[in-house]
Design a protein around this ligand. Sequence first.
Ligand SMILES: NC(=O)c1ccc[n+]([C@@H]2O[C@H](COP(=O)([O-])OP(=O)(O)OC[C@H]3O[C@@H](n4cnc5c(N)ncnc54)[C@H](OP(=O)(O)O)[C@@H]3O)[C@@H](O)[C@H]2O)c1
Length: 249
Amino acid sequence: MTTTSAPFAQRWAIIVGASSPVGMAIAVHLAQQYGMHVVLHYFRNRSAVVTTRRQIRQIAPTTRTLLMRADLTRVSGIERLGGRVLEHPDVTDIGCVAYLASWFSAIPWDRVQYADFQRAVHIHGWAPLRLIQYLEPLLRAPGRLMFFSDAGTRFGYPRYAAYTATKAILDHWTRLLARALSPRGVTVHAIAPYWIAHPRSTGPAETDQLRYGEPATLSTILQAVDLIMRSGGALTGQTIALESGRGLG
Ligand SMILES: NC(=O)c1ccc[n+]([C@@H]2O[C@H](COP(=O)([O-])OP(=O)(O)OC[C@H]3O[C@@H](n4cnc5c(N)ncnc54)[C@H](OP(=O)(O)O)[C@@H]3O)[C@@H](O)[C@H]2O)c1
């Protein structure tokens, strides 16, 4: 059953990376709990967004869903996605953008090539900013942006050099866009897990789990999403770390 929350009901949520397990859960949650229509972006995994659309239709039959494919490691893909959302006649009022698209590239710092770094910069650095540039005319108050960063941006993972270096850009956009969009009633947040326990994730081995702390779960993530959605304009520009205190040293 759908329970709507007035400020966001009948408005659009743009889920970039909706085919990830976390993106699927957020899309269903925003439709069910907030009565939002959703744009479901994917790259390779169309079946995940088709499944999500089916789930949403079952629990919220009046919700509209749009599926959009784009490769966000390419400038042409970024431009196409921004243009398609902006020009779609149904999407006239955006209340939320959740950006989860990510390239978890296992390339050590001493082997990373320019082309790897460029792909990572496109998907973690340029695409989120460029998409917000496109969508800004349709973002109305109250509006919520949430970027998925990573707890590793604070210290860097030498074995995933391009990944952590470019994910750190999302933390910067969070602060910069919070300042820029605050007067418009749009708040900006990052969620930074260390590892998320979900059906497709490969976390540390069970014996290592105490050392690595408690994983974030889909339920933990949705609680962070609710904090963001339900808070007023005063809460903005912060990265919510879900990493069992590891970043504290
Ligand atoms: N899982 C963890 O333990 C963990 C830890 C820290 C941070 N995070 C962050 O949390 C978010 C969700 O995690 P997750 O594990 O659910 O993500 P995931 O399974 O790695 O999914 C990544 C998403 O990015 C999309 N994507 C990949 N390459 C793309 C490309 N070239 N162009 C456009 N989109 C592309 C994928 O689309 P397709 O599948 O359709 O290709 C998918 O929707 C991610 O931003 C991740 O970095 C995750």
